[in-house]
Ligand binder design. Sequence first.
Ligand code: MNH
Length: 451
Amino acid sequence: MPMPPQAEPAKVALAMRPLGILGTAATARRNVLELIPGIATRQPIVSGKTGLRWHMVMDPESLRRILKERVDDYPKSVTTKLILNPAIGDSLFVAEGAHWRWQRRAAAPAFAQRHVEALGPVMTAAAEASCRRLAAARGPVDVFEETVAATFEVISDVTFSGDGVFDRDAVHQSIDAYIAQTAKLSLMDVIGLPAWLPRPGRLFSGAGIRRMKSIADQAIAARAQAAQKDGPPDLLDLLLDAQDPETGRAMNRAELRDNLLTFIVAGHETTALTLAWALYLMAFAPEVQEAAAAEARGVLQGRAATSGDVGVLPLTLRIVNETLRLYPPAAFLSRTAQAPDTLCGRQVRPGDTVMMPIYALHRHHLLWDRPDAFDPDRFLTTPDRYAFLPFGAGPRICIGASFALQEAVIILATLLSRFRFDRIAGQSPQPRMILTLRPHGGVWLTVRPRD
Ligand code: MNH
């Protein structure tokens, strides 16, 4: 049955009036994104005080200053580190200064274009496996659950490929439990809500994390002892060989493990979300889905996509970019200012929290035409560099961006070439931020094979 057309895909109800401290706490528990004032999509900066002084910055020039020109004055927020430290130590994602720099230099070659391309077959195999699961499904499918399965397969294969000791399910469960337990409280701290307000789940048990670490440790030890392994080098091989080109320092076992876990945590749910929101948008805009399916079928002729196809699937890539604009998985980045500064004429003091609500930046009325509408063709022209920040920018830009884009295009094109995805009446995912921007309620779609 045809669905009545809807003007805009799912969006967050931004705050239309000041929330006060208790209102802020209640909202933060439900959905951190609802703390963003509606005016953040119309003004370049919004400042306030909820215990701490904070600024939400949506002005591209100021974002360039924070992320690039004065990056040392704006380290990642204290809270970001508190949340992530127990799981991933002082790895690449959270380290600062010299300790960050040498890890970045050491890890960079592993994410160079030719290595990412060499990992293509793992992504193609995951796309094939996903097609097999979808072909066997009866009735509605939560495609987010499916894309998480696919991207977790990719990330575990490229980190611990061929290691029997690596227990995928156990690691996956530990990560999920950790995120569920720690995430919601995080933003309450970022905006400086008083400590007496109850935080959900503060007293989480570290058992899951200890288990995850010990599984990774065993896999690393096994690999370090193993003789030559078959196939192209994976991320573990590359990190085992990695050295800081300037100092020659290599990673010790704990640093290796923390960084591999960082890649697993940072690299699978984000890409799964991109794919799930993209499939939701395809069901929402069937004409775009038909065009993308035609593109994929023309290029692939029945086979699954490979890294070599990414350059000849331009509509698929535009869809991925437009999905990252409307539903950026990292919807909210934050920093703690170290030095006095002026942003958009506002005074910033040391200790102020500087938030970059990527969700609001990507739907800003001064930067985008019809910002809430789904229109992949807006990416026929390149947007302002600092108006589109799904992967951040500057020296701390996502190290896995081209890995993620290649993976998303390979899996999306393969799925669209073989299946049609349709909405189900009454089912619409709500974007909610729990560390990442997730579809609350899942993305339930009907999935039908194409002849
Ligand atoms: Mn990723 C940093 C988004 C996929 C590993 N990632 C970042 C940042 C954003 C981001 C935004 C910068 C955060 C900040 O400045 O505060 N990452 C994404 C998105 C996807 C993604 C939207 C998928 C889509 N990321 C991946 C993949 C990997 C990965 C895949 C690895 C396999 N990301 C990282 C690491 C960092 C990072 C590591 C930290 C880099 C640094 O600080 O030097």
